[in-house]
Design a protein around this ligand. Structure first.
Ligand code: AMP
Ligand code: MN
Ligand code: MN
Ligand code: MN
Length: 318
């Protein structure tokens, strides 16, 4: 499905959706009007710090009408979030942010869908849970070599055993052990791109991931395309391959990003007929981001992801 094949229906010009109440989500609204939509956020089901319920409450307080919970490699928070969203008269679109690898780079793919997660998605999530476990064992072994003894146990303490282990759990363990002063330094020295704890080999390939999403009836979206440190040429290659493999969308705006780069990204997406999504990538309060905080959306002909035929029912208020 090519985004440019669907005609974007225009919203009623008399009802500006920007200053309306949260109950006014209009599927006809354009990207530029999407002041209360956020389709990329995390909860305590992965490395966010708010419970799914508390996250929905915050979204509601901030005037969002429509949200997607996209925890890393798990949908454990989706049901609770959907329940709370219904109580607050908001729409919660089920989603997940999937870890994949492509040409040696860890690429994140957001999947969005309607209704319960289908078997191929559940199978992929099981595989990712195993991958996260195996990766954690490998990261622990590597961090023990640089002085963090009992690294796996220490990371588990940080996660309280309640979620799949991620690099932030190891980062916190490094801080707690006094090896680094803060999380930023933990990533800079040990866990960030190219460092000893940056282990990607366990992730399913981009191709396998896109196949599972399609079989599950979901829509695949490249998460934060500008945050992989790719050259413009390689980003183009990624988007080409993603599209050829059946991927259908990409995040035009992820949190704060440079306006010139947003404009350029819009043209990269348009050229490939990709639908445009928007999300803050919110993890916790006290940082620069909050639910719904996004840089300006550039003018473009891009079709918003909420107008994707398979997602229209997901965006309808239940
Ligand atoms: P993982 O999914 O286990 O590979 O962990 C990646 C997560 O670590 C990202 O989704 C971010 O939430 C977090 N992260 C990445 N870089 C940093 C950083 N420099 N400081 C703090 N958190 C980070
Ligand atoms: Mn994260
Ligand atoms: Mn990500
Ligand atoms: Mn994210």
């Amino acid at each position: 499905m090519n985004a440019q094949d669907t005609i974007s229906s225009s919203s009623d010009p008399g009802s500006s959706s920007l200053d309306a109440e949260p109950s006014s989500f209009d599927p006809g609204m354009t990207l530029e009007q999407a002041g209360h939509i956020d389709l990329h956020m995390h909860s305590t089901a992965s490395d966010g710090r708010l419970s799914p319920q508390a996250l929905m409450t915050l979204c509601h307080q901030r005037g969002l009408s429509c949200a997607a919970l996209t925890d890393h490699d798990t949908i454990d928070g989706v049901e609770a979030a959907a329940h709370e969203a219904r109580a607050l008269n908001m729409t919660l679109v089920p989603g997940v942010e999937l870890s994949t690898r492509w040409q040696g780079v860890g690429i994140h793919v957001v999947a969005l869908w309607h209704g319960p997660a289908q078997a191929p998605m559940m199978a992929l999530l099981e595989r990712l849970a195993q991958a996260r476990h195996d990766r954690a064992v490998e990261i622990a072994a590597r961090l023990e070599k640089v002085g963090l003894d009992h690294a796996l146990e220490r990371a588990r303490e940080q996660s309280a055993g309640a979620r799949l282990l991620g690099r932030p759990d190891f980062a916190r363990a490094l801080v707690a052990a006094g090896l680094v002063p803060d999380m930023t330094r933990a990533f800079k020295r040990y866990l960030g791109a190219g460092k000893t704890g940056d282990v990607k080999v366990h992730w399913p390939t981009l191709e396998e991931t896109l196949e599972s999403i399609q079989k599950a009836g979901g829509v695949a979206v490249v998460a934060h395309p500008l945050r992989y440190g790719l050259t413009r040429r390689r980003l183009g290659l990624l988007l080409d391959e993603f599209t050829e493999l059946g991927g259908e969308g990409a995040e035009l705006i992820s949190g704060y990003q440079n306006d010139d780069r947003s404009r350029d990204l819009a043209s990269l997406l348009a050229r490939r007929g990709l639908y445009a999504s928007l999300g803050s990538d919110f993890h916790y309060q006290g940082g620069a981001l909050a639910p719904g905080t996004l840089s300006a959306v550039p003018r473009s002909q891009l079709v918003p992801i909420w107008q994707h035929p398979r997602l229209i029912p997901a965006f309808k208020r239940s």
